[in-house]
Design a protein around this ligand. Structure first.
Ligand SMILES: *[C@@H]1O[C@H](CO)[C@@H](O)[C@H](O)[C@H]1NC(C)=O
Ligand SMILES: *[C@@H]1O[C@H](CO)[C@@H](O)[C@H](O)[C@H]1NC(C)=O
Length: 553
């Protein structure tokens, strides 16, 4: 008797449970309002065409909706048609070089690094409210705050993760660098921390810039700089996975998963930087730079066998102008051997919007500027950039621009018969413009392909690009001059809104952001005809975030 009572009881419970789930389902369907009104991917409509699915991808599902989706799945074994459309694309933010300076005061002289008010008649240029484009000052705290506030308002619910490539502080004393990095970190946390509306954990991937270490540009191994590495390991602990902390404490680099089968490697590029005297070349076994190279290659091998795609990021871009020769060679050698795994290279440091093409077939360090000098650009030349502080590197833009042109010119055609799945002789590197207004402050939003099944042979021919392929980016900038003119409230209360600058696909006819597309673009850029010239001018205007348009008219 006991036994049968129990049965009756539990089937009764089951009926109640079913009723309950049904009720929950009905309630949550009622609470469902079609498409989150705040989310519009206008910029991307042409590529997806399926607005409804996009807003579903990114809008926050209420927990009730999740219950329904889950119940649907467990009963039918299939995805709920409304609640779980597969994602086709992902989006992420690249932000770099915030360079905050607490002593920055609007109205002070540029001569005093924007610290002291003018005395006497000899004023020279003065500090702006949100930075001083074209001058050597760092950025006021307000610019970083307002930029991250804008991102939190406009972008955080649309992105999957954040690539954050360093130089948060103005270098002074060690304590000062730590303090400024703590301030930037708390702003980043405020912007990307889970909220009631968007409870996701958004991975933010930090890296060390040459101004985040002490002394400036210099960081040794854990024996020499253990304190600094420990400091950043603690500061960034929410964003460095537990199993990576030992790696980070040893060398300042780590790996983090940012999505299904997608991983970001955050390199400590200071170990490759030619201005860092605290480490040796990349071909000296056992040294920090050598170990990082080994780690990089090992991570890519691991990713390949797990069918994981990788983005690599750091502060100083791999370039013959900035890396030790042996380190650049190793970087390019490894990158060229993993085109199937490595889908993007993201860097900052140079403040300018551009890309580098590195050729694994030749000795990179032989790239010298030829005598190609355009009159237009020559007017921008002044002193030698290598002599100056990095903030000012780009002052000598004419020389740099010519050098870039030579780089694009010198890369030999890619023989696609010999470029294989696991070997691509050319590497394309993205260098994003900074928030620090050397020109205007700017940020980038990238779109990448999500392909759940591309590691299965039968899915390779679906017409989609492989998982993780970079498709395009949108660049946004803030006209801080305009902001100042329009300001009619207290600075503290005013919102800073970035504006759309350009889209890589529309502006450059870049089909996607793969090496083949960049190679073809580079060759169009240096074309001699009218079209080539126009494209080059457009590219240069974008390079300086529209702030030097008169020089590239
Ligand atoms: C920025 O604003 C200033 C002041 O209104 C204007 O002269 C300039 O053309 C603007 N620049 C861009 C690129 O929009
Ligand atoms: C070089 O400058 C001339 C004007 O002096 C301009 O017409 C031309 O487009 C420039 N060429 C490049 C490649 O920028």
């Amino acid at each position: 008797m006991m036994h049968s009572e129990k049965t009756t009881f539990s089937s009764g419970t089951m009926v109640y449970t079913l009723y309950f789930l049904l009720l929950v389902g009905v309630l949550s369907l009622l609470s469902y309002s079609p498409a989150d009104k705040q989310i519009h991917y206008e910029r991307y409509d042409d590529v997806d065409g399926d607005k409804q699915s996009k807003s579903w991808l990114t809008s926050t599902q209420s927990s009730l909706q999740q219950v329904v989706a889950w119940s649907w799945r467990s009963w039918t074994g299939r995805r709920h048609p409304v609640f779980e459309r597969p994602k086709r694309y992902g989006y992420f933010l690249h932000i770099t070089d915030l360079h905050i300076d607490e002593e920055y005061i609007p109205g002070t002289t540029v001569d005093s690094d924007c610290h002291r008010f003018p005395s006497g008649n000899n004023k020279g240029p003065l500090a702006g409210l949100l930075g001083t484009p074209g001058e050597k000052c760092d950025a006021p705290i307000e610019l970083a705050e307002k930029t991250l506030d804008y991102i939190a308002r406009e972008w955080r619910h649309k992105i999957d993760f954040v690539v954050w490539t360093g130089d948060n502080s103005r270098p002074r004393k060690r304590k000062n660098i730590y303090h400024l990095n703590e301030r930037v970190m708390s702003m980043m946390q405020k912007a990307f921390w889970p909220t009631a509306r968007d409870p996701r954990h958004i991975p933010v991937v930090p890296t060390l810039g040459n101004n985040d270490v002490y002394p400036h540009n210099t960081i040794g191994d854990a024996h020499v700089d253990g304190e600094l590495l420990d400091f950043y390991a603690r500061l960034w602990q929410t964003w460095i996975p537990t199993d990576q902390r030992a790696t980070f404490r040893r060398g300042g680099y780590f790996a983090v998963n940012v999505g299904p089968r997608l991983r970001v490697l955050s390199l400590n590029t200071m170990y490759f930087y030619h201005k860092n005297d605290a480490v040796k070349d990349c071909d000296v076994p056992g040294t920090p730079a050598y170990q990082q190279i080994e780690w990089f290659e090992h991570e890519l091998l691991k990713a390949r066998s797990a069918h994981v795609r990788v983005y690599v990021m750091g502060h100083v871009p791999p370039s013959p102008k900035h890396y030790r020769r042996s380190c650049l060679q190793e970087y390019v050698r490894i990158a060229s051997q993993f085109p199937d795994v490595l889908k993007g290279h993201f860097y900052g440091h140079l403040n300018m919007d551009h890309f580098l093409l590195l050729d694994a077939r030749e000795e990179q360090n032989n790239l010298h500027s030829n005598s190609y000098v355009n009159d237009t650009m020559a007017t921008l030349e002044d002193s030698d950039p290598e002599e100056e502080d990095d903030v000012h590197v780009t002052r000598n833009v004419g020389k740099y621009v010519n050098w870039l042109r030579d780089m694009y010119e010198s890369v030999d055609p890619i023989d696609h018969k010999h470029a294989t799945f696991q070997r691509m002789p050319v590497v394309a590197v993205q260098v994003a413009p900074s928030v620090l207004p050397v020109y205007y402050p700017a940020i980038r939003i990238y779109r990448y392909e999500i392909h759940d099944d591309d590691d299965r042979a039968q899915c390779r021919h679906s017409g989609k690009k492989p998982h993780g392929t970079l498709m395009e980016y949108d660049q946004y900038f803030a006209n801080t001059t305009q902001f100042e003119l329009d300001l009619d409230t207290d600075l503290d209360e005013a919102h800073l809104n970035y504006q759309f600058e350009y889209n890589s696909k529309e502006e450059y006819e870049l089909e996607d952001l793969t090496v083949a597309s960049y190679f073809e673009f580079a060759k169009r850029l240096i074309g001699n005809g009218f079209e080539g010239n126009q494209l080059w001018l457009k590219y240069c205007r974008n390079m300086f975030v529209q702030s030097l348009n008169d020089d590239f008219a």
